[in-house]
Ligand binder design. Structure first.
Ligand code: PMM
Length: 355
């Protein structure tokens, strides 16, 4: 059961930062004053010529425990992703876009090399790695904090070696049994997204009696599986996986009942950006769904509502629009729709002994 699930509670910033300073004396950090987010600086951190085993501590401390909402900018280096597919296949274009997203307010740039849109065919690991690794190298060299959007352990491992700081796994560890080991050994943050199967089969898997209860229970299983392998609880971030084996009605239900997922006690990432259920909401008079590029106002609304409900972060394509809206939300005193349970009672911290 979920014995160690109350991870997102009292921050241990001082302890972790002291640990980071001891371990990674050459960590360069930057500060985003707007959201008080810090991250590891450019390139892999090395101590005495070796990669520092715990170079992620600053990232973990300050991103996972971030007081403000974290904005993750989407950068798909794929020919076929539903929103930005084909636009950033060229290395310079991809790196330029990543830097622009960072400058627009993204704390983290999420780089994906395999389309996960419903119905998409899989590509092989080598192709996926060839697409993402050069972009990760260039962006981390430019001081941009990067996550890799992959469900393959081999690709994640290579991406971490290339400078990525976070693994965003849309399969929540289900697609590749080696992923948990890679993440555990790297000590990096790991986004566990709710997932039931690969793109080709996900439509048929969208059957639930109570979508929120089932997504919650399945995420809890993924958390427990990660903890059982030895991944530290404070590296985990959960994500409801909007659009992944979900109908539009499921996505709206999950959005409306976010506190039930927050009750798992982990930071929650919300990825609604430009997804088709927004297009289906905003139909033209003849019933045509709103095109992908014209779903931005709706995306911004989902971001603000999710953060006001207690989400830790949002994954978006148009970073500036969401970052601006969240700045307004922050300036208004960070109003909340509901108090997440992790703020009601202190976390157990039993996970800390596992480190
Ligand atoms: N959605 C997509 C890809 N990766 N990762 C997380 N954690 N959450 C998501 O909702 C998510 C994701 C699909 O959208 P894209 O094709 O625009 O990247």
């Amino acid at each position: 059961m979920l014995a160690n699930s109350k991870a997102y509670g009292q921050p241990r910033i001082a302890t972790s930062r002291e640990g980071a300073a001891r371990c990674c004396s050459d960590v360069r950090s930057y500060t985003c004053s707007k959201w008080h987010v810090r991250g590891a600086g450019a390139g892999p951190t090395r101590v005495g010529g070796h990669r520092c085993r715990d170079r992620y501590r600053l990232v973990v401390t300050d991103l996972v425990r971030a007081s403000g909402p974290v904005v993750m900018g989407v950068l798909n280096v794929t020919p076929d992703s539903f929103s930005d597919g084909g636009r950033y296949a060229d290395l310079d274009a991809a790196v330029g876009h990543g830097v622009r997203l960072r400058d627009a307010g993204a704390h983290l740039i999420d780089i994906g090399g395999e389309s996960t849109r419903p119905g998409a065919e899989r590509i092989d690991a080598a192709t996926e790695a060839d697409r993402v690794l050069p972009v990760i190298r260039e962006l981390t060299a430019a001081g941009v904090l990067v996550s890799v959007d992959t469900s393959r352990a081999r690709v994640a491992e290579a991406a971490l070696a290339a400078g990525a700081a976070v693994v965003n796994d849309v399969s929540g560890g289900l697609a590749d049994p080696d992923m948990a080991r890679v993440v555990r050994d790297a000590h990096c943050p790991w986004v566990l997204m709710h997932w039931r199967g690969h793109s080709r089969e996900m439509r048929e898997l969208a059957t639930y009696t109570d979508v929120v209860a089932e997504v919650r229970a399945e995420l809890a299983e993924r958390i427990d599986a990660a903890l059982a392998v030895g991944v530290a609880a404070d590296r985990l971030i959960v994500d409801p996986g909007l659009g992944f084996a979900k109908t539009a009605a499921h996505n709206w239900e999950l959005s409306a009942r976010l506190p039930e997922l927050l009750d798992l006690g982990y930071p929650l990432l919300f990825g609604a950006s430009r997804k088709s259920y927004l297009g289906g909401l905003l139909t033209a008079p003849d019933g045509t769904p709103r095109p992908t590029a014209q779903r931005e106002a709706a995306t911004v609304a989902t971001s603000v509502l999710a953060v006001a409900a207690g989400a830790w972060g949002v994954r978006v394509h148009d970073v500036r629009a969401t970052a601006d809206a969240l700045a307004v939300w922050a300036a208004t005193g960070r109003p909340r729709l509901a108090v997440p349970s992790h703020e009601k009672k202190p976390a157990q911290h039993d996970h800390e002994v596992r480190r």
